[in-house]
Design a protein around this ligand. Structure first.
Ligand SMILES: Cc1cc2nc3c(=O)[nH]c(=O)nc-3n(C[C@H](O)[C@H](O)[C@H](O)COP(=O)(O)OP(=O)(O)OC[C@H]3O[C@@H](n4cnc5c(N)ncnc54)[C@H](O)[C@@H]3O)c2cc1C
Length: 395
């Protein structure tokens, strides 16, 4: 097992649950176990309502594993069935689970090495930001995506002066589409966040510590703390020479088996697999997928696999202000509110592509959401299984 966070741990548990009694080596760069669960970090932990020590992943099964923590895999020697570690040691395997997830994209501009600029993925990042927030700083959040929006909402709820800067015209538009993103923009504005959209960061300025951001339109945003959330990239560098197909993740067939590999599976944020539910390859950066795909992949590694493959209707949730947002499925060009209304801040929106329902998004209505989510799954299933393309023809 390489990668010892959500997908790695859930795959290990599933292997044991399915009766695998052999040796299990779990290699993870982060050196705490159980690993931290990431969703609470940008929500309850940052808001101060939950202690960081309580944000660990819950374990359901005794793993009986050899933990190799604080170590990075630096190469996969696939022909020798060996993983090479950063201390030169090698670990051999009969079966391999690739669960190395993603890491943050870093901003490259003048001043990006000033103190006071943070990224937000690991528990350590969260702890550092939490500590800085005690001094009531002015906060700038670069990136109005999923993480940036949540962090901004929490900082604002703590009474801080917050600005969101994003090159895109709307927050979370890539995840939720135009119509819902316009609604999210209204929520930020209603809660008093300053939105600087459609503009980038040219430089961070300050003497040793950041004091302001100079934007690409020449304007300036004052900030003592900057949190950058401009997306993530799949952690595949260690697989570079392994003969696998790497293209925005580890490209896999419908059974989560990497193309070009043998005796291995990939799961979680790092895997880009052929999803029969949509008839295309996709990589999903959400919690529920990491769990469900890890469970499927563990079974596939043991030779127990569904005929059709890992069929998934992706799901995520996000909490911002008094809003619980849930979405299942994927983006499409059309969106229509089918129940409730944005004025009541409680609604269900269907997302369609060419008349076909491809996703559903819901605000503050979990019970209704579950009904629509089930319907969407049935609808996609009734469209019939989609055949996988020939290996290597990832779309
Ligand atoms: C702050 C935050 C909030 C989130 N909130 C939500 C939410 O509300 N809803 C939702 O659906 N999703 C949310 N997510 C996304 C969710 O947490 C991820 O989808 C999930 O963590 C993916 O799990 P993973 O195990 O695939 O990858 P990761 O969590 O990225 O874990 C990969 C692990 O592999 C290790 N690793 C990487 N490379 C190597 C290597 N070469 N050798 C050894 N180890 C390596 C890493 O250190 C890491 O521990 C959130 C994410 C973050 C960061």
């Amino acid at each position: 097992m390489v990668g010892c966070s959500l997908a790695g741990v859930r795959a290990a548990e599933e292997l044991r649950r399915l009766g695998f009694g052999g040796r299990l080596d779990m290699i993870g760069e982060e050196d705490h176990f159980p690993p931290f669960d990431r969703p609470p970090l940008s929500k309850e932990v940052l808001s101060g309502s939950r202690d960081i020590t309580e944000a660990r992943l819950r374990l359901f099964t005794d793993l009986h594993a050899t933990m190799v923590l604080g170590r990075r895999a630096v190469a996969l020697h696939a022909t020798a069935n060996e993983v090479e570690l950063d201390d030169g040691a090698t670990i051999s395997y009969d079966g391999l689970v690739i669960a190395t997830g993603t890491s943050v994209r870093r901003i490259a501009c003048e001043g990006s090495d000033l103190a006071g600029i943070y990224y937000f993925r690991r528990a350590e990042d969260c702890a550092q930001v939490l500590q800085r927030l005690q001094a009531q700083p002015r906060v700038a959040v670069v990136g109005g995506g999923f993480i940036g929006s949540e962090v901004a909402a929490v900082c604002r709820a703590r009474g801080l002066d917050v600005t969101i800067v994003d090159l895109l015209p709307l927050p979370m538009v890539e995840q939720v589409g135009q119509a819902a993103a316009r609604y999210l923009l209204d929520q930020h504005v209603r809660h008093g966040i300053t939105m600087r959209l459609g503009v980038g960061v040219a430089a961070f300025e300050g003497a040793g510590e950041v004091r302001q951001l100079r934007l690409t339109d020449g304007s300036v945003v004052a900030a003592d703390v900057v949190i950058v959330g401009i997306g993530v990239k799949p952690e595949t560098a260690w697989l570079q020479d392994a003969g696998l197909v790497l293209d925005n993740g580890v490209v896999c067939d419908q059974h989560c088996a990497p193309l070009g590999g043998a005796s291995m599976v990939a799961a979680g944020d790092v895997a880009r697999w052929f999803n029969p539910a949509y008839g295309t390859t996709m990589r999903v950066e959400h919690w529920t997928n990491a769990v469900e795909q890890a469970e499927y992949a563990a079974g596939a590694l043991l030779g127990i696999e569904g005929r059709e493959g890992y069929r998934s209707v992706p799901y995520f949730w996000s909490d911002q202000y008094d809003m619980h947002l849930q979405m299942a499925g994927i983006q499409g060009p059309e969106a229509v509110v089918v129940e409730g209304s944005s004025a009541d801040r409680k609604f269900v929106m269907m997302i369609r592509d060419g008349g076909r329902d491809v996703g559903v998004l819901c605000v503050n209505w979990p019970a209704r959401f579950q009904r629509y989510r089930r319907q969407l799954k049935d609808h996609l299933a009734s469209a019939g299984p989609v055949t996988a393309p020939a290996p290597g023809s990832a779309s």
